[in-house]
Design a protein around this ligand. Structure first.
Ligand SMILES: Nc1ncnc2c1ncn2[C@@H]1O[C@H](COP(=O)(O)OP(=O)(O)O)[C@@H](O)[C@H]1O
Ligand SMILES: [Mg+2]
Length: 227
């Protein structure tokens, strides 16, 4: 079942002489439950693609359908709600709120929505991520690997339609990188969570079901990983 479709998606930055084409006619379909790695040189358009899929930014032209809704056409208000409830974003530098403890950082999307925390989901995530004895700590009191686990928890709390991770292991050592990838894989296998993961690491890319290679804003290869 199709979860995500890009039709002729273009993204340009700037105008005239300084115009940059970051994405050039992207056509892409991702099914529910797929684990997709996105690879390509620096500046090829990987982060731009993730930002468009997550509703962080809008395409210059083209359609982006997520669960049959064209997010390129959504109003700002609707897009903000879509980002909070339907998208889990994970970055290289965690982007946690330094003044909030681990519990509040994980529950943040729900707190921002004025919703009651889903305690059952919260307990399950905390257990899976091994953060039970860190719930009252601030991000600054945690290791990099632990901070990234909090960011994964925050991304998963709403059972998002799609988990988007932009080089989430870029700042971690080998052991913490492997653990982070294992947790993303676990969310994929346990909850059929759809995941798009940008990585520079070939070994990590090979853990995915499928590898997309981007070059100069185009998808130049889209391959199933054979096991
Ligand atoms: N906000 C922006 N304004 C202008 N150019 C940008 C902006 N964001 C990205 N770009 C340009 O778009 C291209 C793709 O960038 P990006 O998607 O960040 O690549 P990657 O994540 O693959 O390194 C690059 O040429 C980059 O310089
Ligand atoms: Mg990038």
């Amino acid at each position: 079942m199709q979860l995500l479709t890009c039709e002729n998606v273009n993204k340009t930055y700037g105008t005239g002489d300084t115009m940059i084409t970051a994405l050039n006619h992207i056509n892409l379909t991702v099914n529910r439950g797929e684990f997709v790695a996105v690879v390509g040189a620096s500046g090829s358009g990987k982060s731009t693609l993730l930002h468009l899929l997550g509703g962080v930014d809008r395409p210059s032209s083209g359609k982006i359908l997520i669960e049959d809704t064209d997010i390129a056409k959504m109003s700002e208000e609707k897009l903000a709600v879509f980002r909070r409830r339907k998208v889990g974003l994970i970055y290289q530098f965690y982007n946690l709120i330094p003044t909030l403890d681990v519990r509040k950082n994980i529950l943040l999307p729900m707190l921002l929505d004025g919703r009651q925390p889903d305690e059952e989901r919260f307990a399950e995530i905390v257990k899976t991520l091994g953060l039970s004895d860190r719930l009252n700590h601030l991000p600054g009191q945690l290791s990099g690997g632990q901070q990234q686990r909090v960011a994964i928890g925050r991304a998963l709390i709403y059972r998002p339609a799609i988990l988007l991770a932009d080089e989430p292991t870029g700042n971690l050592d080998r052991k913490n990188s492997e653990e982070t990838v294992e947790l993303l894989k676990l969310s994929n296998s346990r909850y059929q969570q759809t995941v798009l993961l940008i990585t520079h690491d070939e070994k990590i890319a090979l853990e995915a079901d499928r590898i997309l290679t981007i070059e100069d804003g185009k998808i130049i290869s889209d391959e199933v990983v054979k096991r």
